[in-house]
Design a protein around this ligand. Structure first.
Ligand SMILES: *Cc1c(COP(=O)(O)O)cnc(C)c1O
Length: 368
């Protein structure tokens, strides 16, 4: 299905290409005091998000203004007590960012530095936790959008939960696109945002939390506007009311995007589409002579890093512009020690689009 009203497809995971119907849902204004916004849209979204995240009881959700990072910062800054200590698993820019947030907020923390092409190892993680009894919370990214790495969330949660630590998962670029039951894994706080696999437009993030853990967080926040507990209380006690100006149009578009996810067949169906998109992408690219940064066994079906061509004439910007003229926007690399570029395959993007992309890339290879 071609997205003809857009000049190009965004193969950049966040923001990404959205459907016309999601964009059209923004064509009216909403009053934030009325039930038709708060009860019928915000509360419905909060409930649906929990249902999407788990079949288990005891979970609740909070929506938070800002880009995804604001929701990560709200979580880290609001749930770790003064005496707490955070262990951060870092194998990419987003893991690194969690460490930076802890640093900014003066939260005691330790970082496991793995580099960008290595997955965390359960035994090593267990060892670190067992040797540092001060650690209370562990944070990890699910799909590291830096490279496309899918981290081993089950094995990590096993270690963390068997030691009774609080598990925080940044599932920004995977939630809604990769099946995951956070209740089964014992995840306490999971963070994602509107403009990734749910295929909404940017403007807010959300946190799905174990309610008994969130209840303990009163007064812990290190920021007023990013107080996760307070935002949750406001929504709980006032039928979906946000504390401060809510991004109404974005929220309404998200409601439409949730409906479209349901119509597609839910997370499993979306996962199948993304996975087949990524397979077509990688097979096509390999045929053209490109090489993936990561081994297939480490890969998510969300975004793929490719090594840049070695030809002297190759220049990313030139390649990027040629592809953009042909209707596709790709992503520069973000890996520090390898020259790469990235192509995302999430959003309102289908198998036929990936095949068109491969043809466009072939004709844009001006260096061969
Ligand atoms: C997109 C993303 C974020 C948040 O990025 P923002 O630019 O703040 O929306 C955080 N973590 C991961 C893994 C992401 O992919």
């Amino acid at each position: 299905m071609e997205n003809l009203d857009n000049q190009y497809l965004l193969l950049t995971p966040g923001p990404l290409s959205t459907s016309r119907t999601v964009r059209e849902a923004m064509l009216r204004d909403w009053c934030t005091w009325d039930d038709e916004y708060n009860k019928d849209i915000v509360e419905a979204i909060r409930k649906q998000l929990v249902e999407l995240a788990t079949g288990a009881e005891g979970y609740t959700s909070v929506l938070m203004q800002g880009s995804g990072t604001a929701s990560v910062e709200a979580t880290i800054g609001s749930i770790i007590p003064q005496q707490g200590k955070l262990l951060v698993v870092n194998n990419g820019a987003y893991g690194e960012r969690i460490g930076q947030i802890a640093q900014y907020l003066n939260i005691e923390h330790t970082i496991i530095e793995l580099g960008e092409v290595v997955q965390p190892n359960a035994a090593q993680l267990a060892d670190i936790i067992d040797n540092d009894p001060a650690i209370t919370h562990v944070a990890m990214v699910h799909c590291e959008t830096t490279t496309g790495m899918l981290n081993p969330v089950e094995a990590v949660c096993d270690v963390v939960k068997s030691r009774n630590k609080i598990m925080i998962l940044d599932a920004m670029s995977s939630f809604g696109g990769i099946p995951l039951d956070i209740g089964k894994l014992g995840i306490d706080f999971m963070i994602s945002s509107a403009n990734k696999c749910i295929q909404g437009v940017p403007g807010f993030g959300f946190v799905i939390a174990r309610q008994d853990e969130l209840e303990k967080c009163k007064g812990r926040a290190r920021s007023l506007s990013l107080d996760l507990y307070d935002q949750w209380q406001c929504m709980e006690n006032n039928h979906g009311k946000w504390r401060f100006t809510s991004p109404t149009h974005t929220v309404r578009a998200f409601y439409q995007a949730m409906q479209e996810l349901h119509e597609e067949g839910g997370v499993e169906a979306r996962y199948q589409r993304y996975a087949s998109n990524q397979k077509i992408l990688v097979a096509g690219m390999e045929k053209l002579g490109f090489k993936c940064l990561l081994d297939k066994s480490l890969h998510s079906p969300i975004i793929t890093s490719f090594y840049s061509p070695e030809a002297d004439e190759y220049e990313f910007k030139m390649f990027y512009n040629l592809l953009k003229e042909k209707g596709f926007v790709i992503y520069p690399g973000k890996v520090s020690n390898a020259d790469c570029f990235r192509i995302g395959n999430i959003g309102d993007v289908y198998n036929a689009d990936m095949r068109r992309l491969i043809d466009a890339i072939e004709s844009a290879m001006y260096w061969v």
